[in-house]
Design a protein around this ligand. Structure first.
Ligand SMILES: *[C@@H]1O[C@H](CO)[C@@H](O)[C@H](O)[C@H]1NC(C)=O
Ligand SMILES: *[C@@H]1O[C@H](CO)[C@@H](O)[C@H](O)[C@H]1NC(C)=O
Ligand SMILES: *[C@@H]1O[C@H](CO)[C@@H](O)[C@H](O)[C@H]1NC(C)=O
Ligand SMILES: *[C@@H]1O[C@H](CO)[C@@H](O)[C@H](O)[C@H]1NC(C)=O
Ligand SMILES: *[C@@H]1O[C@H](CO)[C@@H](O)[C@H](O)[C@H]1NC(C)=O
Ligand SMILES: *[C@@H]1O[C@H](CO)[C@@H](O)[C@H](O)[C@H]1NC(C)=O
Length: 409
């Protein structure tokens, strides 16, 4: 393991301003999408959210490495413990089945960026290639190309390891290209890491401000304990069969969208859509915009044992494409869910074709009395295909991933 810490001396610091360190760190990073990142921290400071736990000292470390930290006046001379002192892991040697690539923003191991580690993975590797990504914030836009199957991103906790960027539909020639992380490979796995887009939260009427945190365009992708944070269009659940377990998903408008076939188990869905005053019926967001195109397609989203909370008045889903299919089962819904529940994207011809089902959900938002006429209260038989990993053919591909959860490799 190599030590990449940059030597620094207290003399190098200018002490002309007394600004609290945390404030300065957030606002002075050269790539940092400043106000929106702070905005994200503030917006997330509700009890439902874990992100107030994001430790500013990771930014501090990042900053220190670049030699631009300006300590507050009462912190002089500054004490800098050796950067890699608490660097944790022992890595087992590579095997026939597994290779490990170590990423640390402070240079404590081989790679300082996630993309450089992805680039180092051999094309069409038959092995599982685990990127062990240390705690920290990675300000970069990352692509996992179709030529790099079988990659795992192993973070240290979704509140401790995050990849973030701030492209929008406008800044990247379209929503689909705005993702902070884009995955086109099969067999992608992520554990205990967050994917964030920290572009400014769109204001009502804004055009081109959609900002995707991750686009998942490869088959057989699985996520355990991950965070997906953004506002409009957070999680582009684009195509292929995908599994999400115990994830935290934050957004406002259409925050899970695309044409994949996905199972979400035990996930927390947090809306940051604009709050609506009591008595006003405006809709300010939607959890899903599933894009099933025809009745020949077997795509759709199934949510099992999830919870929905946060702000706004939102739909469970709206029909981005005519045969949109979404099921919520055993899910608790707060009163932010609009009583009509679902929307046909202002195209009544879709009412006959969408499949919008609810099964044994609970909470103030789960009352079916005022639902749109095409919403389905599923019977036991109707619900059965959506309730476990069989929905995504888990027996064909998911089991080895689950088994490998007992070992971090
Ligand atoms: C992203 O953040 C950088 C640095 O703050 C800023 O210059 C850029 O305009 C931001 N991009 C968008 C699309 O907001
Ligand atoms: C790697 O990917 C190939 C092709 O996608 C697949 O056949 C193989 O089983 C994968 N190996 C591992 C270890 O995931
Ligand atoms: C995620 O992190 C938690 C807390 O550190 C740990 O208990 C769990 O085993 C980790 N899970 C995975 C899949 O890495
Ligand atoms: C996106 O670009 C369009 C056309 O240039 C512009 O009218 C709009 O204000 C931009 N949106 C944002 C959020 O900057
Ligand atoms: C449902 O989700 C909660 C919260 O994640 C979890 O504690 C519980 O074990 C889950 N129940 C089942 C049956 O998986
Ligand atoms: C999922 O449910 C189906 C229908 O009840 C059942 O046949 C199948 O064995 C279950 N699969 C798993 C992995 O539990």
């Amino acid at each position: 393991m190599k030590l990449g810490a940059i030597q620094m001396s207290a003399k190098a610091f200018s002490l002309s301003f007394c600004i609290p360190a945390a404030f300065l760190l957030i606002f002075a990073h050269p790539n940092n999408p400043t106000t929106s990142f702070l905005g994200a921290l503030l917006d997330l400071s509700t009890p439902s959210s874990p992100f107030n736990l994001l430790k500013v000292d990771y930014l501090f470390n990042l900053y220190r490495r670049r030699g631009a930290y300006n300590p507050p006046c009462n912190d002089f001379p500054p004490y800098f413990p050796p950067l890699c002192d608490d660097f944790p892991p022992y890595f087992p040697p590579d095997t026939e089945a597994t290779s490990i690539f170590c990423v640390d923003p402070n240079g404590c191991c081989d790679f300082t960026t996630v993309q450089s580690a992805v680039d180092a993975v051999p094309r069409y590797s038959g092995k599982r290639n685990v990127l062990w990504i240390n705690k920290g914030i990675y300000f970069e836009k990352v692509t996992v190309p179709a030529t790099k199957p079988n990659i795992t991103f192993q973070g240290q906790g979704f509140d401790l390891t995050a990849i973030m960027w701030n492209d929008t539909a406008n800044s990247s020639h379209g929503t689909f290209y705005s993702a902070s992380v884009s995955v086109f490979a099969t067999g992608f796995v992520a554990k205990n890491i967050s994917f964030m887009n920290v572009a400014p939260i769109p204001r009502p009427g804004d055009v081109g401000a959609q900002a995707v945190a991750i686009r998942i365009g490869g088959d057989q992708a699985a996520f355990w304990g991950c965070g997906f944070l953004g506002a409009q269009d957070t999680l582009h659940d684009d195509r292929g069969r995908h599994y999400f377990k115990e994830c935290f998903i934050q957004g406002s408008i259409d925050f899970i969208f695309g044409d994949a076939r996905s199972l979400y188990e035990n996930c927390r869905l947090i809306s940051i859509a604009d709050p609506v005053p009591a008595g006003v019926r405006t809709i300010t967001g939607s959890v899903t915009a599933q894009a099933r195109e025809s009745n020949q397609d077997n795509t759709g989203y199934s949510f099992v044992n999830c919870s929905i909370g946060g702000t706004g008045r939102i739909w469970l889903g709206r029909a981005w494409r005519p045969y949109s299919r979404v099921v919520f089962a055993y899910t608790s819904m707060s009163d932010i869910i609009a009583s009509d529940g679902w929307n046909d994207w202002n195209d009544p011809s879709r009412d006959q074709n969408v499949f919008y089902g609810e099964y044994k959900c609970t909470g103030d938002g789960a009352n079916l009395a005022d639902r749109v006429p095409y919403a389905l209260k599923l019977s036991d038989v109707q619900a059965l295909p959506y309730l476990n990993t069989s929905y995504i053919d888990g027996d064909q591909w998911l089991k080895p991933y689950c088994d490998s959860l007992v070992s971090p490799w």
